[in-house]
Design a protein around this ligand. Sequence first.
Ligand code: GLV
Ligand code: MG
Length: 298
Amino acid sequence: MLGKAQGLPADQVFLDLEDSVAPGAKESARANVVAALNEGDWAGKTRVVRVNDLTTKWTYRDVITVVEGAGQNLDCVMLPKVQTAAQVQWLDLLLTQIEEVMGLAPGRIGIEAQIENALGLSNVKEIAFASPRIETIIFGPADFMASINMPSLVVGALNPDYPGDPFHYVLFKILEAARARGVQAIDGPYLQIRDTDGFREVARKSAALGYDGKWVLHPGQIDAANEVYSPQQEDYDHAELILDAYAWYTSEAGGLRGAAMLGDEMIDEASAKMAQVIAAKGRAAGMQRTRKFEPPVA
Ligand code: GLV
Ligand code: MG
C-alpha cells in the first residue's frame, strides 16, 4: 500500500499511526512510517503522519520518533481528536524542540488538526488560531458521529427522521474557523469504499460549501474526489472570463469602471473575488481555459 500510494494522483498522503493501527502494533508502526518517509518517492505530495491523540500514552513518542527519524522528509503532523488549543500548543512546543535538536528549520513542520468530537468542535476556532503551524482543519466524521451518539453507520448520510442535513452545522463551523484563520478545510473519510456514488454524494456537500478536499481511503475514490473538488469546465471558463473582464474594465482602456456588464451579468469587485475562488481551484487542478475575453469594440 505504501509503495502504491506514491504513484497515485492524490495531493497529500498521510501515513497513519492512529486508528488504522492495532494497539499491539503501535510501536513497530513507527519504524515502518520512518522508513517509508525516508525511502519512498513522495515527490509532488504533501507528506503527513497522523500520530495518536493526546488521551493515549503513545503521542509523545510518535512525534519524537517520526520527526527525529524523518523530519527532513515530513511536511506536517496530523493531530487527531484535538479537543483544546492547549493540545496544539503542546505539539507546537515539542516540534520546536525537536527541530532545534535535529537542525531542522524552525517551524518547518506544520500541524493538521482533526476535529472529531464535541469538545473539539466547541473549541475549533481557538484550535485554528492555536499555532502558526496550523495548516489544515479536518473533519473526522466517523469519530464525531460516535462521540455525539449519532445513530447511523454511514458517514455523511441523511437521516429521514431529521428534516435537514445533520452534518451542515459541523461542516460549516469547521469551515468558518478554517477560513477565519486562513487555512485549508478538509472533509474526512467515506467508509463504504466500493460505493463511489455514495462518496460523490457526500463529497459534493462539503465541496459546495467551499471545502478544499476530502480524504480518500482507497485508490477508487481518488478520481471522484479530484473531480468533485475541482470546478466544472464551464464554471472555470466563466470565472477566468470575469477576472479578465474585470481587469479590463477597471483599467484605463476599459474606462476605469468598477462595475460593468459582462453579457447579462453585472460584475464588480465582489464578483471578481467570487470568480477568483473558482479560478484558483481550477488552476490548482491544472485546468485549461477554453474561452477568451474579447474587449467590446468601441
Ligand atoms: C477519521 O479519523 C474519522 O474519525 O472520521
Ligand atoms: Mg477518527
